[in-house]
Design a protein around this ligand. Sequence first.
Ligand code: MTE
Length: 343
Amino acid sequence: MANIIIPPGWQSKDSESTSRSAYDSRRTFIKTLGLGSIGVIGGWSYACSDEDRIREVVRVADRPDGPLGTIPQDAPRAGLPADRNTLYKVGEREISDRIAASSYNNFYEFDGSSKEIWHLTDEYDPFPTVLKVRGEVEEEFEIDVFELIESMAIEERLYRFRCVEAWSLTVPWSGFPLAKLIERCRPTSKAEFVRFVSISDKKQMPGVANQPWYKWPYYEALRIDEAMNPVAFMATGMYGEPLPKQNGSPMRVVLPWKYGYKGAKAVREIEFTRRQPKTFWNDLAPSEYSFLSNINPNVPHPRWSQASERFISSLESVRRIPTTMFNGYGEWVGSMYPDEPRS
Ligand code: MTE
């Protein structure tokens, strides 16, 4: 059966939020940030271990497995579903539908011009992956990611998530504080920054083969104090299950006070440095994507406003809401940024 392809509710709103020419040039500019069409497959809630609903997704998407069928069979499941750490609140926002969170994605290694990533991930095999730890550390080492995840105390964090493109979600991630991994890496006192490098494989990731204009592998970085902040998280799962491939399996960085692109997916290397490392989007367009990239409604992107966002409750239910400073995490992270414009 053919896919039912309907532009999602927030696609037109994206162009409305931006002037038409800005919107068009944004699409052309990096061939990436425009919104592709997507199969509209229903508006379901987190409690969607509901087999009937998943079957409906499968039927509509004309796939035997659907966007949740991309959870790797051999991913570690120890500690899942994990207890939620209730210190972190999301306010009035409901949990986004898990189908939406796993079928509307940015993952340029697979495709930079569409959000429909999940059906491009067949060849991608996140396990086994060896994490390399290098640079300013007591001793460089490598560790199997499966073993690493199994050795960590897994907790759940319900976090807001905000993309620079002005769409947002609320996602229950599972994983461990990034600080726990940093401590295990034993950085030296000279380490000022930490750099994350993603998996990049032409054979497994069509976007790496087809988009040579990007500087693969994807690379991102934080200051050490940012990486050690208690809110910084390494996600290995979401919605009580291991991460689907399109969401960054085997593990991805989650920084809810920063625009989504600061969180590298499919991390395979961590490097500690003395100097501020280069980062993927900042290298491509430094005037548009800063190193810090904190979520700030007072600082518009050069080509669109960041004062509000389209909150994706489900694929059928998207509403515009105001963006908040540091995405609501100011009490945790605000003191790290005295120079961030507050008004
Ligand atoms: N990490 C890698 N390796 N490659 C990417 O293309 N996209 C970033 C970020 N991490 C990206 C990445 C962007 S732009 C966003 S908004 C988020 O992942 C999207 O995460 P999601 O698809 O799970 O919502």
